[in-house]
Design a protein around this ligand. Sequence first.
Ligand SMILES: [Zn+2]
Ligand SMILES: [Zn+2]
Length: 387
Amino acid sequence: MSERFCYRCGISESEGGPLIDGLCQVCYRKENPVLLIEDEINTELCQNCGSYKKRGVWVDPKSYELEELIFEVAENALLETLEDSLSDKIREYEVVPPEELDEIEDLPVGRAAVSFEPVDFHIEYFPAIIVYEVRVKAKTHELQRELHDERKRVTVYVRQTVCPRCQKFLGGYFEAILQVRAEDRPLTEEERKAIGKLVEQKVDEIMRRDRMGFIQDTIEKEEGLDFYMGSTSSARKIAQAIKERFGGTISEAYELVGIDRQTSKEVYRTSVSVRIPKFRRGDIVADRKGNVYEVERVDGKGLTLRNLENWESEHFDWKTAKREAIDTVEHEDSEAMVTSMSPREVQLMDMESYETYELNRPPFEVKEGEVYKMVGVKGRKYFRGKK
Ligand SMILES: [Zn+2]
Ligand SMILES: [Zn+2]
């Protein structure tokens, strides 16, 4: 049998073989490079929010520290480009640290190991420039004695831009208005604060998934709060969170605001309204039978009321509260001193008018000479508590 020779360099198979497709080992590797990446890569990050494109989709960065951020963006661009520019003989690859790549001497056919490290950079101003040394080891043919081992210097330019979300945000864009109101009364200061805090927390949570979930603006109105939101779904989620905390009802309305010039579709703006119940802790309410209560607690599930007759607490879910026609009643607050007691009754003296009146003994211990807070509803007096 006669000796075969490499058709490219002429070396004999016994010296430079085994031949692969007529090529010696060295020529095979040269003719079939695995690292086909270009010398320069351009990428960008949003100067407003630090986000950048990952496979065409804008994502928030892991780090907001500028130096780390620039490297994060540059490495992402490098790896995406690298993945797209490996030889199609490579079916899978892994990224390893350079020291680890040094040690690799064999790989399964179709597999590559990749490492990269920055060898030069200046990131003090934009575009930031980072030069990477990229190295790939790979095996593409089972007859290969030695792995492909290729290196290349790649320069990544990181430029600044404004992402589409921030373009909208900075342009004053909003998609929905979230209105927070209370039934039949303005929101209290306390409620405004609590709602503001809840909304902030919720937006942080939502923004991790919905980049358009931002608050464009918050308007304090006499009757309540208006939040201008980047997305309707964000407005809905926040409305739901407010309802869960404070109770109430949610409604939506739509308003035609124009025509999209690009799609010629009608553009609607959504108003999401949460109306929290009018009841607050300390309110005096009555049911349809005339029982009088003090409101102890209000939340998404319902009301906890203390019956002022027997001082027992009762929980009403919102449905029951509605059925029992629980509503605020006109009442007068006063103070009275216990002047005398019999086994079943107490005599009281109003601290302002000095008028005296009698009541059944309340379901708690009272003492002569002490002053109590009283509440009057429809001509009847109830003990509300100790002064
Ligand atoms: Zn050769
Ligand atoms: Zn942005």
